[in-house]
Design a protein around this ligand. Structure first.
Ligand code: HEC
Length: 137
């Protein structure tokens, strides 16, 4: 009698453990499915060209500020309408790649006595690329 009833207990715990384990497995499978979906969506999102950015490390706000402070006035004087940003438009630009853009930013900065660190050059390059050049890599 004692043996039978303790079997009943064992059976109960065995079944309980089984269903917990099963539920856990289903849960893990679901998590895996969701994670795969997220991963998939992310890879699609990141492979979109508009998210490609050769100057990822740059700070757009800093770049715009530095550009306004040190670069605009001279370029403005070079253009008939007084808007130096026109230099960067596709009709007038001489730059045709992101590496040339960065070199030109560095060159213009050095020529004009602005001692910028790498991150400042990167930021201004990013600002110009984002707003005008749109190089993807
Ligand atoms: C004293 C005047 C002057 C200042 C200040 C100046 N530039 Fe220039 N910049 C020029 C001239 C002149 C050119 C045209 C050079 C050429 O086409 O060979 C030019 C061209 C450029 C171009 C290339 C435009 C294109 O696509 O053809 C970029 C980019 C540029 N400058 C960035 C900067 C940045 C960034 C700064 C701020 C550090 C700056 N410049 C400051 C005179 C200046």
């Amino acid at each position: 009698m004692l043996i039978i009833s303790s079997f009943g207990y064992l059976n109960f715990f065995y079944n309980l453990a089984r269903s917990v384990a099963k539920a856990f497995c289903i849960f893990i499978l679901h998590v895996k499915k969701i994670l795969l979906k997220i991963f998939w969506l992310c890879s699609i999102f990141l492979s979109f060209p508009c998210f490609a950015d050769p100057f990822m490390a740059g700070d757009l706000v800093l770049g715009e500020k530095l550009h306004k402070e040190s670069c605009s006035s001279c370029h403005d004087g070079m253009v008939p309408g007084g808007n130096g940003d026109e230099l960067y438009l596709s009709e007038f630009r001489a730059i045709n790649s992101s590496s040339k853009l960065k070199s030109q930013v560095e060159f213009c900065a050095n020529q004009n006595g602005v001692a910028w660190f790498e991150d400042e050059i990167e930021s201004v390059s990013r600002y110009l690329n984002n707003n005008f050049y749109k190089f993807l890599n």
